[in-house]
Write a new protein. Structure first.
Lengths: 305, 199
């Protein structure tokens, strides 16, 4: 065992030197003549594996596409922070913005006022740093408002004897996914409103499960809602029954779950891949345990406070 | 530039990115995109997932970077931990999908002849095929060390293991890969790594 460990260290030292271009394979072997015979094939394999990976260049089109989205998303977040900073600065207005009953309408009004303010040059958005043009529109508060509005109208529809339609589910899961991609700090001002809206949304998801039992979009939406709720310490009803998706037996290819730093929840889907309108299919998925902690990929476990 | 000054430069870059600086974010992307893509490709074995998950990881980075703290881990270890989690989540969600694909044609930019390109592509396919048979910890180490270009120290942080443990796992993985792949036919000429792709 001791011998194995020693060779492991020699091997690593030679790999590091080889990758960095400090030593050739032959020079490394000359440095360790006693281990050269055993070391040579391992080192040759390791350097070959390294070269194979490092010589592979990802497709340029993919690189460009993801870069565009990454930077656009970053700009949108920055603009949103500026906008919310402007709103927070107006004391009575900020209080109004947070009121649970009027919060949704206030949020919309806030955005509208801010947009007007921007138009007349009264508010300095992040985009102005780059020559006075806003790269994207701030969306976070309006998503909260849109979700609340959609859920309220659906509730009225259902209470009046109507049914949840496929398009409704698609719209809701898309809005929830958008919320999942919003920094949690940016949702804190809407906590009260979100608590009510999320409770109603969960009820609608349960209705929607009749259309798409075990649907992945529904599972993802519920997971996103519960993750955000945990982050904001919101009080929500218990797990939603999203139908009878066939549980998949433990897949041997899935990594073991005993790693204490493994995520245990289902992260939100990116907004670029909203759910399609087809809820007639029932993908065979394993219902995920409902996340109840904040231990998601917003805060990789073990690294963040 | 010394490793210390490299680390300091990256620290400043990350701090600027945390503050929302577009140029800093762009530079971080430039630095980590190829490494992240290769890592996910090595873990998933197909370019579709590599593309989707690379995008997803960068979006998650935007969400979480404000809370990143240098004292907890190097940025690279933090970033690849997010990538690791994304791969795990993907597997849990899509175990039934069973997609796979060969490598794309958008291959290396190095000025090499077609024969050498083909040989490397075959080798990479062989490597990835062989790596699928490795125990998970070994596959993780190979992906972190050779696809992502992390150091042993960074790999240890990303995996939550000791450095000595990582070296032993690496040794076993390489021995097993050699057994499965046979002796490499030849080692391609040394590649001059771009600064942005260094570990």
């Amino acid at each position: 065992m001791r011998r194995v460990k020693k060779l492991s260290e020699i091997l690593e030292e030679c790999i590091e030197a080889g990758i960095a271009g400090r030593r050739s394979l032959e020079e490394s072997l000359a440095l360790y003549p006693a281990q050269a015979e055993e070391l040579e094939p391992l080192l040759r394999t390791a350097l070959s594996v390294s070269d194979s990976f490092q010589s592979y260049t990802p497709p340029a089109a993919v690189e460009q596409r993801i870069r565009s989205r990454f930077l656009a998303d970053a700009a949108a977040r920055r603009n949103l922070r500026h906008l919310e900073g402007s709103i927070e600065g107006r004391g009575w207005f900020a209080g109004f913005f947070r009121k649970p009953v009027f919060g949704g309408f206030a949020a919309a009004a806030a955005v509208a006022v801010a947009v007007v303010a921007i138009a007349v040059g009264g508010v300095n958005l992040g985009g102005s740093e780059n020559g006075g043009t806003s790269e994207t529109d701030p969306l976070g508060p309006t998503v909260v408002f849109d979700l609340g509005k959609k859920v309220n109208s659906l509730n009225e529809h259902v209470q009046g004897g109507g049914q949840v339609q496929t398009a409704d589910v698609t719209e809701i899961t898309t809005l929830v996914a958008a919320l999942g991609n919003t920094p949690i700090e940016d949702l804190q001002g809407s906590s009260s409103e979100l608590e009510t809206t999320f409770a109603d949304t969960l009820a609608i998801l349960e209705d929607a499960a009749n259309l798409d039992p075990g649907g992945q979009d529904l599972l993802d939406a519920e997971a996103t809602i519960r993750t955000i709720a945990a982050d904001l310490d919101l009080d929500l009803p218990g797990p939603v029954d999203v139908g009878d998706a066939t549980p998949t037996p433990t897949d041997p290819s899935v990594e073991p779950t005993d790693d204490p730093v493994e995520p245990t929840d289902v992260p939100a889907e990116p907004t670029s891949t909203p759910s399609g309108g087809d809820v007639t299919t029932s993908p065979s998925v394993t219902p995920q345990p409902t996340p109840t902690s904040t231990d998601d990929n917003r805060s990789p476990p073990g690294f963040l406070p | 530039m010394s490793p210390n000054s490299d680390a300091q430069a990256e620290r400043l870059l990350v701090d600027a990115a945390k503050a929302g600086d577009q140029a800093a974010l762009s530079e971080l992307y430039q630095t980590y995109f190829p490494r992240l893509y290769r890592y996910i490709l090595a873990r998933t074995g197909n370019t579709y997932d590599a593309e989707d998950l690379t995008e997803e990881v960068f979006m998650r980075v935007l969400e979480a970077i404000k809370r990143f703290q240098h004292r907890e881990a190097p940025f690279s270890a933090w970033l690849f931990r997010i990538a690791h989690n994304a791969v795990i989540s993907q597997r849990r969600k899509e175990t039934a999908r069973g997609r796979s694909s060969q490598l794309n044609d958008g291959m290396p930019v190095d000025s090499e002849g077609p024969e050498e390109l083909v040989e490397r592509r075959v080798t990479l396919n062989e490597v990835m095929q062989a790596a699928k048979s490795l125990p998970d910890a070994q596959r993780q180490v190979i992906s972190f060390r050779f696809a992502a270009g992390l150091t042993v120290a960074e790999t240890a942080r990303a995996m939550g293991k000791g450095e000595g443990n990582v070296k032993v796992i690496q040794h076993k993985a390489i021995a097993k890969l050699r057994e499965m792949m046979g002796q490499p036919r030849k080692r391609p000429k040394p590649k001059v790594y771009e600064k942005s792709e260094k570990a």
